[in-house]
Design a protein around this ligand. Sequence first.
Ligand SMILES: O=C(O)CCC(=O)C(=O)O
Ligand SMILES: [Fe+2]
Length: 357
Amino acid sequence: MADMEMEEDHPRLILHNFLTEDECKELEFIHKSCSTIGYRPNVFSTTLSHLIATNSAHLIIPFLPIRDRLKEKVEETFGCEYELVTEFTGLISWSRGASIGWHSDDNRPYLKQRDFTAVCYLNSYGKDFEGGLFHFQDGEPKTIAPMVGDAVIYTSDGRNTHSVDEVTSRERLTLTLWFSRDSSHDEDAKLILLLEENVLHKSNNVPWSLLPLPASDNMYWFSPHQASNQDIGFDIRLGRLHALGFDVYYSRDMNFGSDLSELLMEPMQLARRDQLLDHKFVNVLHSLQVAQFYFWKGCKSQAFTNEVQSGKAVRLSRSQSEKITQVGVNRDTMLCVRPVQLGDVFYKISWTAIGIV
Ligand SMILES: O=C(O)CCC(=O)C(=O)O
Ligand SMILES: [Fe+2]
């Protein structure tokens, strides 16, 4: 698997085909159905704590064997005497405009616990996105073109200063982990606490359910021109649904005074072209997870066809179509002004201009 000898001055290793394409697809499904805005402009992320916080803790399961395999590989490659702990695990995607200059991953006082980095590429340069090449400042290899399933592992210190070119189209997706020798930074301890709070304690007053509960609305508000105008952007969940060809429909009468964020927590249905699916979802995140699941399994159109044939989908009436237009996801347009009031929604530029589609 490993293709090269490790240089002592620059301890690093490329692991070709470390993940199978199926593993990559499963993680892509999780990211596209759960991600929120990330830590920097034009970056989306899905952390394990976020999955717990949104009642989607079951989606952590696919990460666990991969994390263990990577940790073992890092311990073996870098000759670690003691077991490492995982400090952070997350899916990170970069859309058009995202980049990072030269840095090492432990370059802040609060990041000093990071000893080793592992980045797994979940999609491919040239095929799934443009730009986004990875470079090491010194030593070999100099440049890595991300390829689905490949991983790169390296020490997080100044011996592995690196950068990533700007992504110029579509979405570059990775599974990124940091490992530490310091057991007080074990991610698992924090996750178990969160699970206790969110899963065990909740069952006292709320019935057991694995239906997603969205995080706060501003975590889904993506604004490509963040510095200049926070009000121009779109809701990531609506954006991802739209990318799959779905629109959202609320049967209750629109209240133009209501906030979009409140509306997105409400029960809703999906529409596709001029058809309305019968199924009721508890909120927009729930519908996104189901739609992405169908898409992942390659049966999106078949499932929809079945629904139509079995009478589970109905043709939208004219007034229903108008309601869809009003929430702003029914056109080949993407950006809208932040709809403080639903009546303020309007469309600016093409969805594809942004790059997550
Ligand atoms: O995604 C990559 O290839 C590396 C990203 C990176 O350098 C970082 O997140 O610190
Ligand atoms: Fe980095």
